[in-house]
Structure formats: C-alpha cells, structure tokens
Ligand binder design. Structure first.
Ligand code: GRG
Length: 290
C-alpha cells in the first residue's frame, strides 16, 4: 500500500466512533464498510489537487475523508435489497448480509452525516479558513445529493430492464459516478485557493477520468475476473442494464477509455512536472483489474 493510502486509512479510522456502548452494532457496521479496503481514489484526488495548488495534506485530509465516507455510504445503500441487492463487495459479504438491513441503512445514514461533522469540526475549518471550508462543504453537498449522485442513482434504477439512449446513460453516470470524482478534484482546488486556470484544468481531468472510470467499470463487469474484483461479474446483463459496453461494444468502449485518459493527462500540462502522480493515477485507472 502506498504511504498516501495508508495515511488516508489511518485518518478514516480516527474519525470513526469507537465507544463500545449500546450503539456498538451501528459503530461496527460503519467501520465494517469504511475500513473494508477500496482504492481510496476520491480522497487521493482531494489530497493531490490540494497539494498541487499549494495547500497541504493536513489541511485537505478531513475533506478527503469526508468524500470517502459519502462514497462508502453510497455503496452500503446501493447493495441493499431495495437497490441492487448484492451479496458481495470488495470480496466480503455486503454490509446488510452481516449486520441486517436496518443497521446497514443506519450505518449509511451515519456515514453521510459523519462526513459533514468531519469537514465542519473547529480544527478542519480553522486549518483552511471558514470561506474555503464552506465552499468545499457546499461542493460536496451538491455533488452527493439530488443533482449529483442520488439523482444519478434514480436514473439508474428507472433505467433497469430498458434499452436507454447514450444521452441518458451519460446523464446517469455524470451523477452516479462522475459527481463525487468531480467534487473531490474541485474541493482540493478550493481548499488550496487555486487559480481559475488551475480549476478549469482540474475540471477537465475530473470529467475525463470520471467517465473513463465508469466505462472501465462497465468493461470489468463483462471482461473482469470476479475474484480480483471482489464482486460478482455479469450483473449488468442479469439486471438488463444499458451500459457503455452494451451500447458501444467492448472495442469501442475500450478506445473511449483510452481517449478520455489521454485528455485527462493532457489537461495536467498547466501544473507541470508536479502533476506526475495524477497522470499516473489516470493511467492506473485505465489499466485497473478491480
Ligand atoms: C445509493 C445514494 C446511493 C447512491 C449509489 C455510487 C453509487 C450510487 C452506486 C454504487 C454502484 C456503482 C457501480 C456505482 C458507480 C460508481 C462506482 C464504480 C463505484 C465503485 O467505486 P470504486 O471502484 O470502489 O472506487 P472502491 O471499492 O475502490 O472504493
């Protein structure tokens, strides 16, 4: 594990409630999913963009962890029987399979709320200043809600069992997958007080890797190895979901991921050599197996 990922893991653990009291099932259920591994892509984006634009890791860490908490909540809820009804996530039984549906629902709710508590603690706000903290919180709130991730999820649920056009798929993925990735990059910029040019470049990078990430996800569902992915494959076709692969075919979908990754890497030119880790991240996502 890279040092950066390790630091994120440690920080996440530190924000979790630890009391062994009457609420221990809830706390254990939150920890089960938040600490279940995962690529930690979104927090890395917050940290990298903040650093690139002149801020520090310490300033960005609570905000980076907040994005991961929201991501983790969304996966818990997405796996519930009323949504995708999945049994396996990151190679382990899904949250509701271990703790039951009610606790899983509450663990998701509590992680969503903990994200805001974490960003708005006196120390987090003081480290970046109230104006930047408020702007970053607003960015994440919009991205997670009805106009972002939750909005994308309803389009997804209502599109099951139908062939939907590419525009609908794009709108769905812009919300479901793209919104949090875009927010993570923008938050890093906001926290560091980035210039307009830097913000624009971050946005092109974020939108490109966001879409490439989703198309890769669709590809892995068809061509991936369930053991490496830690979840069942072939589920999109079982659920009759339209995906980039079902609409474009494997070949065209792969070409699109490569084109988007090149666009993302090119957008980093404005940052110079220092952006190498972000270029490597985009390339690693293009070649990922999980
Ligand atoms: C239920 C409110 C609500 C939203 C659900 C994020 C989401 C919306 C659903 C999860 C299912 C899914 C396939 C979403 C697309 C985004 C995506 C590929 C998530 C998985 O993210 P990774 O690969 O996960 O970063 P790890 O395990 O690495 O953290």
């Amino acid at each position: 594990m890279t040092t950066e990922k390790q630091k994120i893991e440690e920080a996440l653990k530190g924000y979790l409630p630890q009391e062994k009291d009457l609420r221990k099932t809830l706390f254990a259920s939150m920890e089960y999913s938040l600490m279940a591994g995962g690529k930690r892509l979104r927090p890395q984006l917050v940290l990298e963009f903040c650093r690139l634009c002149g801020g520090s890791e310490e300033q960005a860490m609570p905000f980076a962890c907040a994005v991961e908490m929201i991501h983790s909540y969304s996966l818990i809820h997405d796996d519930l029987p009323c949504m995708d009804d999945d049994d396996l996530r990151r190679g382990k039984p899904t949250n509701h399979k271990v703790y039951g549906e009610a606790a899983a629902l509450l663990a998701g709710d509590a992680l969503l709320t903990l994200a805001f508590e974490t960003m708005l603690s006196p120390e987090s706000v003081q480290a970046v200043g109230a104006d930047r903290a408020a702007a970053a919180v607003g960015e994440l709130a919009r991205a997670a809600g009805a106009h972002g991730m939750v909005g994308g999820q309803i389009i997804d649920l209502e599109s099951e069992g139908k062939q939907v056009p590419l525009e609908v798929l794009e709108k769905m993925d812009e919300g479901k997958t793209g919104a949090l990735i875009l927010a993570a990059c923008r938050m890093g910029c906001i926290l560091a007080g980035a210039s307009e040019d830097q913000k624009k470049a971050a946005e092109v990078y974020a939108r490109s890797i966001g879409l490439a990430f989703q198309i890769e996800d669709d590809l892995l569902d068809v061509t991936g190895d369930a053991a490496l992915l830690g979840k069942n494959t072939g589920m999109d076709s079982v659920r009759e979901k339209s995906t980039y692969v079902s609409l474009l075919g494997v070949e065209k979908a792969r070409e699109t991921v490569e084109r988007l990754t090149r666009t993302a890497v090119d957008a980093l030119a404005v940052f110079g050599e220092k952006a190498q880790p972000l270029a490597e991240l985009a390339l690693a996502l293009q070649n990922r197996d999980h």
